[in-house]
Design a protein around this ligand. Structure first.
Ligand code: EPU
Length: 305
């Protein structure tokens, strides 16, 4: 009789000790981290509950030369495959503070919840945000907006980490924010933001929020899993109108479909994959270019790990 022995050699963890002190989870499906509900696995999800832990994360990654990414509310993201490198998702306590008409919140605060907190406090200026999902940090980074208003219109101050992990707090300056973009990319992480709002009549603010909600409810497919508008509006034009006029409403790849309600929304009918969304986006882009001669630029981020 022969005996077989298996020698178990513990695999060294791929990250240094200080990074591993930051709260983290393994193998989390991106389907659970994104509003579209698709994507591979996030192998290492780091969820700091303090700014100091977030700083430890960024400093350790910078020191080790580790390529890392940051995730907000996952409402604007498609991940094609598994992500092996560390992913940062802030889990700071969701505390809103008010000083007069200044309202501050951590980046991990829900964007819609913050707009609701402003309305409840009788502060006007964030009504536009009341239907835009995701996290506050993601909204600042994208300079999110609706109905002719965007974050840079109300942003008084914000705190962020540099790619080296230094903490900076400042007021916005010209050139830092533009239509659906900001300089808060490339390893910069928004930690918190302060909006300068105006005292208003709570009933009027609530009525405005309700009107925006009703408008979105009738024009956007909010009952299905979606990632908001998929493409940016080309200057002076509407991506939704261009896609619609190209006859693409209802175009489908697997369970991913161009919404029949709003052509700039793609919806997940239940079992769509990230690859199906990417393929559908390619088809829409190609068709709009062919029909209108306009190259649509994605508003959603596509990660190809
Ligand atoms: N339209 C069509 N067919 C469609 C959809 C729209 O003809 O299928 C036409 C509408 O009739 C309207 C025009 O296109 O005349 C613009 O449509 P809409 O008012 O829905 O606004 P949008 O430009 O498509 C933008 C933002 C939305 C935001 C709304 C409301 C972008 C890319 N989109 O949409 O933001 O909710 O205004 O302010 O800036 C997002 O950023 O994810 C998003 C959904």
């Amino acid at each position: 009789m022969t005996l077989e022995y298996t020698i178990l050699i513990p695999m060294p963890l791929p990250f240094p000790d200080d990074l591993l002190q930051v709260p983290h989870r393994r193998d989390v499906p991106f389907a659970k981290l994104t509003t579209l509900g698709v994507g591979g696995l996030c192998r290492w999800l780091f969820e700091p509950t303090t700014e100091a832990q977030a700083q430890t994360f960024v400093r350790a990654c910078a020191r080790e030369g580790l390529p890392w990414r940051v995730l907000g509310g996952g409402s604007n993201l498609v991940v094609l495959g598994d992500l092996e490198g560390p992913l940062l998702r802030l889990a700071l306590p969701k505390i809103v503070t008010q000083e007069g008409s200044l309202l501050s919140a951590p980046a991990s605060h829900g964007h819609i919840a913050l707009a609701e907190a402003a309305a409840a406090a009788g502060l006007s200026g964030l009504e536009f945000a009341s239907g835009i999902p995701g996290s506050l940090g993601g909204a600042i980074r994208m300079n999110a907006g609706a109905y002719g208003r965007e974050w840079v219109n109300v942003l008084a101050r914000y705190r962020f980490l540099t790619p080296e992990g230094e903490l900076v707090e400042k007021a916005p300056e010209p050139g830092e924010f533009s239509y659906r973009q900001s300089f808060l990319t490339g390893g910069r992480v928004v930690l918190s933001a302060t909006a300068l709002l105006a005292e208003g009549d709570p009933a009027t603010i609530r009525a405005q929020v309700a009107e925006y909600r009703a408008k979105r409810g009738t024009s956007q497919p909010l009952s299905k899993r979606n990632a908001g508008c998929i493409f940016k509006n080309p200057t002076g034009q509407s991506a939704g109108r261009l896609i619609d006029a190209a006859g693409l409403k209802g175009l489908r790849v697997g369970d991913a479909e161009v919404s029949p309600e709003h052509a700039n929304f793609l919806v997940n009918h239940g079992h769509a994959t990230a690859a199906e969304f990417a393929e559908l986006m390619d088809q829409v882009q190609a068709r709009v270019l062919e029909v209108h001669g306009v190259r649509l630029e994605p508003e959603v981020e596509i990660w190809r790990p």
